[in-house]
Ligand binder design. Structure first.
Ligand SMILES: [Zn+2]
Length: 118
């Protein structure tokens, strides 16, 4: 696969965005929040994501070491993406692939990340 532009949104569509992603980098994680969400993630520099709407609807949830901002819609509750910073300082977004149009998440083979042990 290669980098493509995808459209994503929360359930109520208050939060909508486009993002350039390579789904070869898809990842599933067993940490306390990912296991509850059931999310499959892919990552991109934050500069590759454009928020079309919903800046005012985005909540911000943090836990543990608070490296990540889990961004959920305050109306419908769906976490469409999370924000963080790579070790080299690049602002990065993790996209919940289940919120994208035209992506069949169950046909992907995400890497398993042992976030629970980190
Ligand atoms: Zn929503």
């Amino acid at each position: 696969m290669s980098t493509q532009t995808y459209k994503g949104s929360c359930h109520c569509h208050a939060v909508a965005f486009t993002v350039d992603l390579d789904l070869d980098g898809a990842l599933q994680c067993n940490c306390s929040i990912c296991s509850r969400l059931g999310a499959v993630w892919a990552f991109a520099p934050k500069a590759k994501m454009t928020l079309a709407s919903g800046a005012d609807a985005l909540g911000d949830y943090q836990f543990g070491k608070k490296h990540l901002h889990h961004r959920h819609c305050t109306k419908c509750g769906i976490e469409t993406f999370a924000e963080g910073t790579m070790p080299d300082g690049t602002p990065t977004v993790g996209i919940n692939l289940r919120c994208l149009e035209g992506v069949e998440v169950d046909k992907l083979t995400p890497k398993q990340h042992d976030g629970r042990s980190v």
